[in-house]
Design a protein around this ligand. Structure first.
Ligand code: DGY
Length: 342
């Protein structure tokens, strides 16, 4: 629904003096963010008011002539969409920390500014990563299934044994804010050592968690728990493959809460099915949703979540507020709170 100009004016006298910008919001946005847009008195927005993605053809129609776009990670913002929007599009604000769904080159070429939502989701993502790691290493899904379905016989000495964090080495592939937050949460579990690799050493972050910079091979060989925290880029596409899994310990646990595209899923399946690694916890897959017929779902040692790392009410609301504020700042020609440098 387009907000009427009269309603918009009632929120702010100052804003009423400015011309309203037209904005398309590609998904039902958590209430706090929507409120920011409404209260700004700065935008007329139309919202795809459901939990399902707007069909592409509809999206291409809806963006025609807009000044701003507030999207989520399922919308591919590429040349086709930008052409459909036309030259008036000034700002794209994504309610996500990841931006692999945005064609940055196209956006840059057209001088379109881009907002995203780092930091506000760090705690939620780190928390979920720890939960997934423990769930996978201590076999919690298998265990609840056994308890519910009659598999729980007498107490057995090695039944449902897993791997513990105490005295372990935790590896982080791609050290950023989220990797640090995960390590901070894992430290009290008596992890012995944190190691990481990235395109270059990141001492300012590594020092916060006393992590040692190692090569990719060393990361694979030494990690008892390997957590994937890197962004999806052409360089990281499929980086977790046969080569990596073949160097990992048979007792190691692989955790991915970044993007499905960094993993070669056929190679991961092979590594899990043949016991090359002990288990995997995935919050992200390719595609999403992962079809229920996918072979990874047949494995007991693979825990799959439906991309929920940032899914707490607090965080999703904060993401929506930040995305809305980024959008408004961009439309006003002001600095955004979190802007991608293109
Ligand atoms: C993001 O923001 O990129 C996450 O994957 C979704 O919360």
């Amino acid at each position: 629904m387009w907000l009427s100009r009269v309603a918009a004016r009632s929120f702010s006298v100052a804003a009423a003096a400015m011309q309203s910008a037209r904005v398309y919001v590609t998904r039902k946005v958590p209430p706090d963010g929507l409120e920011v847009l409404r209260k700004s008195g700065r935008v007329q927005f139309e919202l795809w008011d459901t939990d399902d993605p707007v069909p592409r053809a509809e999206l291409l129609k809806k963006v025609r002539g807009v000044d701003g776009l507030l999207c989520v990670l399922t919308e591919k913002v590429d040349a086709e969409l930008l052409d459909a929007a036309g030259p008036g599009l000034k700002v794209v604000s994504t309610m996500s920390v990841g931006y692999d769904h945005l064609s940055l080159e196209e956006l840059k070429k057209r001088g379109i500014r881009v907002g995203y939502t780092p930091d506000v989701l760090t705690d939620a993502v780190a928390e979920l990563t720890v939960a997934l790691l423990l769930c996978t290493s201590r076999r919690l899904v298998e265990a609840t299934h056994e308890a519910k379905t009659g598999g729980w016989g007498t107490w057995r000495t090695l039944w449902l044994c897993g791997y513990e964090l105490a005295n372990s080495t935790v590896g982080i592939l791609g050290l950023g804010r989220i990797g640090v937050a995960i390590a901070e949460r894992l430290k009290p579990f008596k992890v012995k050592k944190f190691i990481y690799t990235d395109v270059a050493p990141r001492p300012e972050l590594a020092n916060m968690i006393n992590a040692e910079y190692v090569s990719m091979d060393e990361l694979a060989q030494q990690s008892d728990f390997l957590t994937i925290c890197c962004a999806l880029t052409p360089e990281t596409q499929g980086i977790c493959n046969k080569n990596l899994f073949s160097k990992m310990k048979e007792t190691s646990i692989f955790i991915n809460t970044s993007r499905g595209g960094v993993v070669n899923q056929d190679d991961l399946y092979e590594a899990l099915a043949t016991g090359q690694i002990a288990g995997a916890g995935l919050d992200v897959t390719t595609p999403e949703p992962l079809p229920t017929s996918h072979p990874l779902f047949t494995l007991k040692n693979c825990v799959i979540l439906p991309h929920i790392a940032s899914a707490s009410y607090t965080t999703r609301n904060a993401m929506s507020v930040l995305a809305a504020n980024n959008l408004l700042a961009g439309l006003r020609g002001e600095p955004m709170e979190k802007e991608l440098k293109l």
